[in-house]
Design a binder for this molecule. Structure first.
Ligand SMILES: Nc1ncnc2c1ncn2[C@@H]1O[C@H](COP(=O)(O)OP(=O)(O)OP(=O)(O)O)[C@@H](O)[C@H]1O
Length: 273
């Protein structure tokens, strides 16, 4: 897919400016940036939800349509009276997909809630249901916008592991909007940073590992997200500086396990508090 000189204005306000991006099938792109930088708007234009006001997108061999796409938005919701089981039935493409949905519900500990209405589910359970209802149809293209917000630590960890295995098994393409560095590192192989509607960084995981300049810029851009990760749980924990020295030492695998352990430990502290 080739995006050239893409622009989007709402009224007189230009929120995306001269976006240029070439995307290969199977790339998993994290779209990062501060609040209001234009991430969701870009995601919505690529998946056809809204129209750009300038520039072009040539999808080339990427045939994105309703059948092969998982599209999960921030704060998405379903009719409150629908039961969990009914949601799976409604969204499944065929019988096999419905069965996959039930199996996934089991895997995510939702079987006990099958007859509960959507309105009766907790925030995290609603989010899991939204994901399962898409995953059951085995999509090839994923548009995921802040999908783990509201999940507890273990559910988030399980979900990321599960999505990582889905992406490994299937050469799926992913556009992921997230504020969590750990999530981006675990799921994506390319990182695009947007600031005030412009792409200011665009690098692959390999470049991130091998190029110290990228690492330093990544560090600068990511500082806000690391703080967000902690603040979002209303705790005053700070991510130790040691993490960044690991990044600079290119010890990538260590960072991943470190962040995972850190997140898990923090989860235990909060749950035990
Ligand atoms: N329908 C709309 N009408 C007017 N302005 C809009 C509309 N949708 C988005 N905007 C504005 O466009 C800018 C970019 O919004 P967008 O939702 O893309 O940001 P974001 O990077 O996803 O932010 P966040 O991290 O807070 O979710 C914001 O200033 C927002 O207020």
């Amino acid at each position: 897919m080739k995006i050239e000189h893409l622009e989007k204005s709402f009224g007189t306000v230009k929120v995306l400016k001269d976006i240029n991006l070439s995307v290969k099938s199977g790339e998993r792109i994290a779209i990062l940036g501060g609040n209001g930088s234009g991430k969701t708007t870009l995601l919505n234009i690529i998946n056809g939800g809204i129209k750009a006001t300038g520039g072009s997108i040539d999808f080339e061999e990427m045939a994105i349509n309703h059948q092969n796409t998982a599209y999960i938005m921030q704060h998405e919701s379903l009719p409150s009276e629908l039961r969990l089981q009914e949601v799976l039935a409604l969204f499944s493409r065929d019988k096999a997909a419905y069965q996959r949905g039930l199996d996934l519900a089991d895997q995510f500990d939702l079987t006990k809630n099958l007859r509960k209405k959507y309105a009766q589910l907790s925030g995290g359970e609603k989010q899991k249901l939204l994901l399962i209802s898409s995953l059951q149809n085995q999509p090839s293209y994923f548009f995921l916008d802040e999908i783990t917000t509201g999940l507890d630590y273990n559910s988030r960890d399980d979900l990321l592991d599960f999505l990582a295995s889905v992406f490994e098994e299937k050469q799926a393409s992913l556009f992921l909007v997230t504020h969590y560095i750990e999530e981006a590192l675990r799921l994506c192989n390319r990182f695009v940073v947007i600031k005030s509607g412009k792409i200011i960084e665009d690098f692959t995981k390999e470049a991130l590992i091998s190029n110290e300049d990228s690492l330093i810029r990544f560090d600068q851009e990511m500082t806000a997200y690391q703080a967000y990760l902690i603040q979002s749980e209303q705790h005053t924990y700070k991510l130790p500086k040691a993490l960044m020295s690991q990044v600079l030492a290119h010890d990538f695998e260590h960072i991943l396990s470190y962040e995972r352990d850190f997140t898990r430990n923090l989860g235990q502290i909060i749950e035990g508090a």
